[in-house]
Ligand binder design. Structure first.
Ligand SMILES: [Fe+2]
Ligand SMILES: [Fe+2]
Length: 245
């Protein structure tokens, strides 16, 4: 079997254990397979397709809050929690603390590529414009040093992408735009507090930020995903990532 055949066989075996057939969104597999080709589908054997709650995932409450997403859908939150704590310890404005807490939610629970933009879009209806703006541009600012605040190009990026890597032109353009903007420093402070090497013994609880979130995140009473906001569908996709349609 080729690697692809093995992956498809494993996937087939996994979907056999479910009583619903899961067909992955094109974006999950694009690259691993050529998205222009028809997707190999196991015979449905009379099963229905996944619509709604995927039994492999913890069930979300009917009116989910931001913290429900952190607990039930996002990856480990040591990175954002420690970044937010660092921001708070430095005496940063609460808006900056919130931005640090939320800056990587797209990586944690949605789409990694262009995570700053996706994260900003998810949050725009619920936070101050300055917060989502800062989250959008932190992605670009991470690639550009600012000696005035002691921010250097991350060694982590040299390791991850190689020393010869240079970002695409749109990132350079975003940097130039952000550099000249009045909210530049809000976004820059996300990068300053963006902490990757931390003490694994230090445990920060989400509750440490209940007050900041309560004051600066407009939690919809219908729950995230069900309030009809411009990004509600994105939150629903995080709740039901394997829905057929
Ligand atoms: Fe980031
Ligand atoms: Fe980060």
């Amino acid at each position: 079997m080729t690697t692809l055949e093995r992956a498809e066989a494993a996937e087939h075996a996994a979907s056999q254990e479910l009583d619903r057939i899961v067909v992955k969104s094109a974006i999950y597999t694009s690259g691993e397979r050529d998205p222009r080709q028809p997707a190999a589908r196991p015979p449905d054997q009379g099963k229905r397709y996944m619509m709604g709650d995927d039994p492999r995932l913890p069930r979300m409450p009917a009116r989910p809050t931001l913290f429900d997403f952190f607990r039930l859908r996002f990856g480990p939150s040591a990175h954002p929690l420690q970044s937010a704590r660092l921001a708070r310890k430095s005496g940063a404005d609460e808006k900056v603390v919130l931005a640090c807490l939320l800056h990587d939610i797209a990586i944690a629970g949605f789409i990694r590529a262009d995570h700053g933009y996706w994260g900003a879009q998810l949050l725009e209806p619920y936070v101050d414009e300055e917060v989502s703006w800062a989250i959008r541009y932190h992605q670009a600012l991470r690639f550009f040093p600012d000696a005035s605040v002691g921010y250097e190009y991350p060694q982590m990026y040299v390791k991850l992408f190689g020393s010869e890597y240079t970002p695409e032109p749109y990132i350079h353009e975003a940097y130039r735009h952000a550099r000249a903007h009045r909210w530049y420093m809000t976004s820059r402070l996300i990068t300053v507090n963006d902490l990757y090497s931390f003490d694994p013994d230090v445990k920060v609880e989400l509750e440490e930020f209940t007050d900041v979130v309560g004051r600066h995140f407009r939690q919809p009473k219908e729950g995230l995903g069900f309030d009809g906001s411009p990004s509600a569908h994105m939150w629903r996709t995080i709740i039901w990532p394997t829905k057929y349609l």
